[in-house]
Write a protein that binds this ligand. Structure first.
Ligand SMILES: Cc1cc2nc3c(=O)[nH]c(=O)nc-3n(C[C@H](O)[C@H](O)[C@H](O)COP(=O)(O)OP(=O)(O)OC[C@H]3O[C@@H](n4cnc5c(N)ncnc54)[C@H](O)[C@@H]3O)c2cc1C
Length: 410
């Protein structure tokens, strides 16, 4: 009996593998999608608070400018062909409208990530899907790939690694792709936390009682570096969270590894000069300090600033120059000693994975191994919250599938 040689095997049923499989299915390729879980898209289902922030309203240039890694131009070719606009169209054609929120993020009109998963799965013929298929190894012999799961072995002309990173391993994404790549001599970079919160015992110990308080637009800096992030910040019982912290986490992680363990945060949404100006105005009208603070901060935070600066609640004119400086620093650049960044397994998104230098950015094919592709979070690309990651995963899946179709036709 001769063993079937598939056109392609896609390993991993997250947004990257599902998008790739959609295109292959639409063009009647002879392929299999192997997923280790007993269901597809387990991580997809928990995204965006189970509502799934699928994409955003950015143009490709804006999209790329918001990414926080040096080699981000790698994504241009794939996003130019299949970017946020194409993601919205893809779901619309499958009767799922995506709705704009906060003038930035697109969520499904049903507010359910399960609708996104259903739309993705609906385009894949069932007989192409093999659940409970945990791939253990990929080998190449005479240009044909042998893909071994716990209990089966498959042959294919093309293989797509779409196994995600090692963030949230209970969803199935345990970083297997890098192990396959390493065994095939492909360079990888260790997974480290990218989008996550930070632990700072200073918050529960010193800046107590602020749990749950947020700042709409804080400026986060890492002293001694050029790193600066802006956005929402949340005080928690363990440290800091919120969009700006999540986005800054990978830089903070790197700073800690370089021996820097403090960050500064602004409590007010204004430049240092604007702050000095309104402080001067308050001084001129001789306001009480607490009243002034309450005019720019929440009541709890205003009280906390008094406590931290150890300045009595006096009239502004009675405050010494030194106290004035302390007040400015506290409001504009409050120093927070950071203990650590959340571990990669508990981060929302991780950096690292298969080195993009190994891949052709137009097709996601491994340059030195014809027929092998890597897509999604298993490769060294990542984005902030706001629909970037799912878009990048789908975009890469689209690129790989079209290249495979081109290969099998020629
Ligand atoms: C809590 C949370 C919320 C998030 N919210 C958003 C959001 O709203 N918007 C956004 O853009 N991004 C969000 N992300 C990030 C986003 O989910 C990921 O970037 C995206 O899912 C990556 O897609 P992927 O297809 O590359 O990998 P994954 O979604 O991780 O899928 C990989 C698949 O491969 C399977 N697999 C792994 N190893 C094997 C193996 N050996 N054999 C067979 N199958 C295997 C896994 O079981 C899994 O199904 C969120 C992440 C988390 C954790």
């Amino acid at each position: 009996m001769t063993t079937m040689i598939y056109d392609a095997i896609v390993i991993g049923g997250g947004p990257a593998g599902l998008m790739c499989s959609n295109v292959l299915s639409l063009h009647h390729a002879n392929f299999l999608l192997l997923e280790k879980n007993d269901q597809l898209g387990r991580k997809l289902l928990i995204t965006g608070g189970k509502r799934c922030n699928v994409t955003n309203r950015y143009s490709v240039d804006e999209f790329i400018s918001h990414l926080n890694f040096k080699h981000k131009k790698f994504l241009y070719p794939s996003l130019k062909v299949f970017g946020p606009t194409e993601v919205i169209d893809f779901f619309k054609k499958r009767q799922l409208n995506l709705v704009l929120e906060d003038n930035l993020k697109y969520f499904p009109e049903t507010n359910k990530s399960s609708s996104v998963l259903e739309a993705l799965v609906s385009g894949i013929q069932k007989d192409h899907i093999r659940l409970r298929s945990n791939v253990k190894n990929i080998r190449i012999e005479d240009g044909i790939f042998s893909v071994k799961t716990s209990d089966e072995s498959y042959l294919a002309k093309n293989v797509v690694i779409a196994t995600g990173s090692n963030a949230y391993p209970y969803t199935g994404s345990s970083g297997d792709g890098v192990h396959f790549a390493e065994k095939l001599g492909i360079n990888t970079l260790p997974f480290t936390s990218a989008e996550t919160h930070i632990y700072a015992s200073y918050i529960p110990l010193v800046i107590k009682d602020l749990q749950g308080i947020s700042i709409l637009n804080s400026e986060i800096r890492i002293p001694g570096t050029k790193v600066v992030h802006h956005g929402g910040l949340l005080f928690t019982h363990f440290g800091l969270s919120g969009p700006a912290i999540l986005h800054a986490a990978e830089d903070i992680d790197e700073a800690i590894r370089n021996g820097i363990s403090d960050i500064t945060i602004s409590l007010v949404d204004m430049s240092r000069q604007a702050l000095l100006d309104i402080m001067d105005n308050a001084k001129a009208s001789n306001e009480l300090l607490l009243r002034f603070l309450e005019s720019i901060l929440s009541k709890n935070l205003a009280k906390k600033v008094l406590e931290l600066t150890k300045i009595e609640n006096r009239h502004m004119k009675e405050i010494s120059t030194k106290q004035y400086q302390t007040l400015t620093e506290t409001l504009h650049s409050l120093k927070i000693p950071v203990d650590r960044v959340e571990i990669p397994e508990r981060a929302f998104v991780n950096k690292g994975g298969i080195d993009t230098k190994e891949l052709d950015p137009k097709t996601m094919q491994v340059k030195k191994i014809k027929g092998l592709y890597a897509i999604g979070e298993t490769i060294d690309v990542h984005g902030p919250i706001g629909g970037f990651n799912i878009t990048m995963a789908m975009s890469a899946g689209f690129a790989a599938a079209h290249d495979i179709l081109h290969n099998i036709k020629s």
